[in-house]
Design a protein around this ligand. Structure first.
Ligand code: UDX
Length: 436
């Protein structure tokens, strides 16, 4: 098939690369000339394991190119994917201007039948809005071109996006047209061998299904974090509780890791987005609102632990291990580390930081901290060391060396990567989350 993917951000690039790898001819479109130039050389502007290679290979094999000229390529395509960003305002309302511009450009350009597929996470009702915008642009041109709009949300995890795109748990296709369902089935045919289930439904259901999945996972995290908080009061161990819960097949073991709270470009945005949309529709989404509140309080609770260990933080040196919102990504959007740094700076502490991959991005936006070359340089002369992201390399540190380097052997672990008993034996004053 011939595919045009509008937007070469995170979702757009993974989508473009994977569809090209399935054997389709794909053109990625972006308005950023420099980005397009770099992409055509195979250079990916962010850290995502396996993506560089996939893009390079498919460019080399002639199945993948990038351009800034949507008008030129859209008519050569059977399917047009909208993968542009949907930034969210703090109150959860979503800025659809990029999606709307993409729809307008499509309506201003197409000369023949197209299937327009939305992969961006968009509020319920957006497919109808896209349909209206394309129809209005065509009317203005006095063109009677047929098109269909489909909702096909992505469920990619950063750091595992290529795997998720090629081994998805499910494909959701929102359209009421049988012919379009057939085309979408054909597109995802390479996944049939893996037995990937496809859920065919209407557009608004597909749009809401994406929010429901993310909000449920975020709620699961906040739930275990609340149990962890209670563990701290009554002397229970949250890891054992999570293990005990996980053996119940109805619950499952995933997303039961207690810690400093969730971050990233999806969960915070999508939970707020769902509460906002449901409120606008006249329904108060109480559970998800509570999950958001618990998450916001979780990082504050973590900060209070630093104070209860050290007293005043003024002029104390605090080391932070991990800046990205989770391992295997350099993404620091809504990362708990940023909230902790804000707090420490407000309390006038001296902050040292290290992250295995997020340093370059962090240098651009995090000011007034000392960027270190590794965990050991970070730990040197610290009054406390904070584990904020559970990078594998932090699990295997030479802890005896860390202990010697620190001014005071205090470790506050926001990801529960160490064993409290062993840490005590090594001479640390160690606090995790919900560790009795
Ligand atoms: C998420 C969804 O998993 C994905 O399907 C969707 O399309 C986009 O949002 P992502 O944001 O990349 O993906 O990260 P994910 O691995 O889901 O983790 C989200 C946050 O939850 C991270 O901050 C992580 O540290 C935190 N988390 C996750 C926990 O605190 N505990 C857990 O048990 C699991």
């Amino acid at each position: 098939m011939k595919i045009c993917v509008v937007g070469s951000g995170y979702v757009g690039l993974v989508t473009s690369a994977c569809f090209a790898d399935f054997g389709n001819t794909v053109v990625g479109v972006d308005i950023d000339r420099e980005k397009v130039k770099q992409l055509n050389k195979g250079k990916v502007p962010f850290h995502e394991p396996g993506l560089d290679e996939l893009i390079k290979n498919n460019i080399k094999d002639g199945r993948l190119t990038f351009t800034t000229n949507l008008k030129k390529v859209v008519n050569d395509s059977d399917l047009v994917f909208i993968c542009v960003g949907t930034p969210t305002h703090r109150n959860g309302s979503i800025d659809l201007s990029y999606v709307e511009r993409a729809a307008r450009n499509i309506g201003e350009s197409i000369d023949g039948y197209k299937i327009v597929v939305t992969k961006s996470t968009v509020p319920v009702g957006t497919s109808k809005r896209i349909t209206g915008i394309i129809a209005a642009a065509l009317k203005k041109r006095r063109e009677k071109v047929k098109f269909d709009v489909v909702s096909n949300p992505e469920f990619l995890r950063e750091g595992a996006a290529v795997f998720d795109a090629t081994h998805p748990n499910r494909i959701i296709v929102g359209t009421e047209s049988t012919a379009v369902r057939q085309v979408m089935s054909e597109l995802y045919r390479p996944l049939y061998l893996l037995g990937t289930p496809m859920v065919f439904t209407n557009c608004q259901t597909a749009e809401l299904a994406k929010y429901a999945a993310n909000a449920f996972l975020a709620t699961k995290i906040s739930f275990i974090n609340e149990i962890a908080n209670m563990c701290e009061i009554v002397g229970a161990e949250v890891k054992d509780i999570a293990k005990a819960m996980s053996y119940d097949n109805r619950i499952g073991g995933k997303f039961l890791h207690a810690g400093i709270g969730y971050g990233g470009s999806c969960f915070p945005k999508d939970t707020r987005g769902l509460v906002y949309q449901s409120g606008a529709a006249g329904y108060e989404m109480k559970i998800v609102a509570a999950a958001i509140k618990v998450n916001e309080e979780q990082v504050k609770r973590f900060c209070r632990k630093i104070v209860s260990q050290l007293g005043t933080l003024k002029n104390k040196t605090i080391g932070i291990l991990g800046l990205s919102f989770k391992p295997n990504t350099d993404d620091i959007r809504e990362a708990p580390a940023l909230a902790v740094i804000d707090f420490l700076q407000h309390e006038k502490a001296l902050v040292k930081v290290f992250d295995p991959v997020a340093m370059a991005l962090a240098r651009r936006s995090v000011k007034g901290v000392t960027f270190c070359r590794d965990a050991y340089q970070t730990a040197k002369d610290c009054d406390a060391l904070l584990i904020i992201t559970e990078w594998n390399e932090f699990r295997n540190l030479d802890l005896a060396r860390i202990n010697k380097l620190m001014k005071k052997p205090v470790i506050i672990d926001g990801r529960n990567i160490y064993n409290p008993g062993e840490m005590k034996k090594l001479g640390f004053i160690y606090t995790g989350v919900g560790r009795g």
